[in-house]
Design a protein around this ligand. Structure first.
Ligand code: HPA
Ligand code: ZN
Length: 347
């Protein structure tokens, strides 16, 4: 099931596009389309290992998370200037707006830039320009989540957070939270307890990837040790009934990404994805795009692929979209204002 299937059911695609949605799980570097990679490489005089856009796209054949991460980090090496970060972010926000996204909480892998000697001030400045433009011109609100690379030591993340804190006041309207991404297996949440204790003490909202390739135990660790408010992915929660019962009872949002899970082999087939089963058991399931330029679809493509593979009803699609707004970090007031402008259809 791919993005192309929107042609198979155009009426459903329109229905999904019109639903007011929050995107809660997207990595800005994963929105970098091959065309922009080539454009930025040319502008910054960087030689790519690929001859053409088509060549690069053909390399997007992943077997697991690490095989994706290798190409993802190589692709973002073309990002050098504030203008690059602005153009990448603006391209995503326009695309998200076209998909009916009314609010986006966007992760950025700070260390993937600072490790290449790009200061966070450049990254934040470029992203913020685009995010403010989207607010002013598209009515699309967005927040920034600084995500840390779990395959690096905790001290490296703490140094990065310290560097970013110098920007906190300047970007207080955007930067609301911290996250944890990259290679999951062998990098359990408890490795980052000090980081999260510190971030929480500073008032940041906390999320973490858990249970994508890693076990249910990592989800438990993210909740107990890192005290996160949302779980990014969370596919593995169904293997631990006690954990699942807690996720349902506490309504901990799961930011699920069906096309990502398909492309990285987390599931062999979308019909095996547990998003619908978890939703029907009462979990706060949301649907998101993760790294849309690499996984073959933006948010509507993900909703549609899940709807078709899992026979989600329109009422269930509305429920998922509602979960995305209630699971966001928007204030109740801001959420109510959004809903007045973009009411949900009555099914
Ligand atoms: N998983 C973990 N880290 C990531 C991902 C993902 O799907 N995308 C970008 N960084
Ligand atoms: Zn992710």
């Amino acid at each position: 099931m791919t993005a192309l299937d929107s042609h198979a059911n155009p009426e459903l695609a329109v229905f999904i596009r019109r639903l007011p949605k929050a995107e809660l799980h997207v990595h800005i570097e994963g929105t970098l389309e091959p065309e922009l990679i080539f454009k930025f490489a040319r502008r910054n005089q960087i030689t790519l290992a690929y001859e053409s856009v088509e060549d690069l796209r053909n390399a997007y054949a992943f077997t697991n998370l690490q095989s994706f991460l290798d190409i993802y980090y190589a692709g973002m090496a073309v990002l050098q200037t504030q203008q690059d970060y602005r153009e990448m972010t603006w391209a995503y926000l326009q695309r998200a707006h076209a998909d009916g996204v009314v609010h986006a909480e966007i992760m950025v892998d700070g260390q993937a830039h600072t490790h290449r000697d790009i200061p966070l001030s450049t990254v934040f400045a470029g992203m913020a320009e685009a995010m403010h433009q989207a607010r002013d011109e598209l009515g699309l609100s967005s927040y920034l989540i600084l995500s840390f690379l779990r395959d690096f030591p905790e001290d490296d993340a703490l140094d990065t957070l310290e560097e970013a804190l110098a920007l906190r006041v300047q970007y207080q309207d955007l930067w609301v939270g911290v996250g944890l991404s990259s290679a999951e297996l062998g990098n359990p949440p408890e490795k980052f307890t000090r980081l999260y204790d510190y971030a929480r003490s500073l008032g940041f909202r906390c999320v973490a990837h858990a249970g994508e390739e890693g076990p249910a135990e990592y989800i438990r660790g993210a909740l107990d040790d890192l005290k996160v408010e949302r779980i990014d992915h969370g596919v593995a929660c169904e293997h631990d009934p006690t954990l699942l019962e807690r996720i349902i009872r506490e309504q901990i949002p799961l930011t699920m990404c069906p096309l990502s899970n398909l492309r990285l082999g987390v599931v062999d087939n979308l019909s095996q994805h547990n998003a619908a089963k978890l939703l029907r058991q009462g979990a706060c399931v949301t649907i998101n795009s993760d790294d849309p330029s690499y996984f073959g679809g933006y948010i509507v493509d993900n909703y549609l692929a899940a709807a078709q593979a899992l026979q989600l009803s329109k009422a269930e699609l509305v429920e998922i979209a509602k979960n995305s707004l209630s699971g966001s970090f928007l204030s109740l007031h801001a959420r109510q204002a959004l809903l007045e402008r973009h009411p949900f259809p009555v099914i």
